[in-house]
Write a protein that binds this ligand. Structure first.
Ligand SMILES: C[S@@+](CC[C@H](N)C(=O)[O-])C[C@H]1O[C@@H](n2cnc3c(N)ncnc32)[C@H](O)[C@@H]1O
Length: 273
């Protein structure tokens, strides 16, 4: 990666004003720089100093910059250890709990769902490993993202092989139909997932959830104050005993008393019963 101290200084000036944090952008700064350069070209600006002036004179430009700072990489079955744990222990535990409460729907929210890779991984996992064991339970997944074009791609649900390569081969073969080098998810796996446009910084779109996946977004890119605000809303959206899953390299800010990390995996937090 080429070093560009001027760009780093610019990002370090910009990010706190967007309530974002520099360490999250260290690895992806070149990607964001390319987008910012294209934006500066379209505005016919000569360099970062001009862009800084432009931002000060045009407050609306901050919204554009916010979109330029969105990292959208995802893939099916990302961090497979988490999915294994969900299938082997955690989802069965949640099912027992909702059965005790006399309910029959398992409600999951995938926040920042990209093009559907995360919620569809859950839908496939449910069908392949859990559905037969829990025939009385219906899975409902709400999948939200801020980017309408990703949500459209998610609804179409056709992917290149590179997005699927971590999925167990047998699941890939039974869940997808290959056509013209793309792999399209069969309808039966799409039915449980509802895609909705939503900004994770806004009030939550659902409550009484058993499981929230909020991975590789809030706890990587946002500053601590915003992380705390969002975490409080996630706590409120979960049922007692519900679980929050963050990215495998992420942790919640310190001293969030309403969550305890599971001893078996530091990326999973439980709301007390
Ligand atoms: C790095 S991807 C992670 C996708 C998936 N959760 C995963 O772990 O593979 C981050 C996703 O969050 C979305 N995103 C960015 N800012 C958002 C916001 N404010 N509200 C909701 N989604 C957002 C991006 O469009 C992108 O799809």
């Amino acid at each position: 990666m080429t070093e560009d101290p001027q760009w780093t200084a610019f990002l370090q000036w910009v990010l706190p004003q967007l309530r974002m944090r520099w360490p999250g952008f260290r690895k992806v700064r070149t990607q964001v720089r390319k987008r910012a350069h294209r934006r500066m070209q379209s505005l016919q600006l000569d360099g970062l100093n001009d862009y800084r002036d432009y931002l000060q004179q045009h407050p609306d430009e901050w919204r554009v910059l916010d979109t330029l700072c969105r990292i959208t990489i995802s893939r099916f079955y990302r961090d497979k250890g988490i999915y294994r744990l969900l299938a082997d222990r955690l989802i069965p535990g949640l099912v027992e709990q909702i059965r005790r409460e006399g309910r029959s729907q398992l409600h999951i929210w995938s926040a920042g769902c990209g093009s559907g890779e995360e919620p569809y991984s859950l839908a496939i996992l449910w069908a392949m490993q859990l559905q037969q064991r829990f025939p009385d339970i219906t899975l409902r997944i709400l999948a939200t993202d801020i980017e309408p074009h990703l949500l459209n791609r998610a609804r179409t649900a056709c992917y290149p092989f590179s997005s699927l390569k971590e999925l167990p081969a047998a699941w890939r073969e039974s869940a997808f139909t290959a056509s013209d080098g793309r792999y399209c998810l069969q309808e039966t796996f799409k039915r449980q997932v509802l895609f909705v446009e939503h900004d994770v910084r806004c009030p939550v779109p659902a409550t009484s959830l058993q499981l929230i996946l909020c991975r590789n977004l809030v706890y990587t890119y946002y500053d601590e104050g915003l992380q705390r605000e969002i975490t409080q809303r996630l706590v409120d959206a979960l049922q007692p005993g519900g679980l929050l899953v963050v990215g495998s390299h992420e942790t919640l800010p310190d001293n969030i008393p309403v969550f305890t990390p599971l001893s078996c995996n530091r990326a999973i937090y439980k709301k007390p019963v």
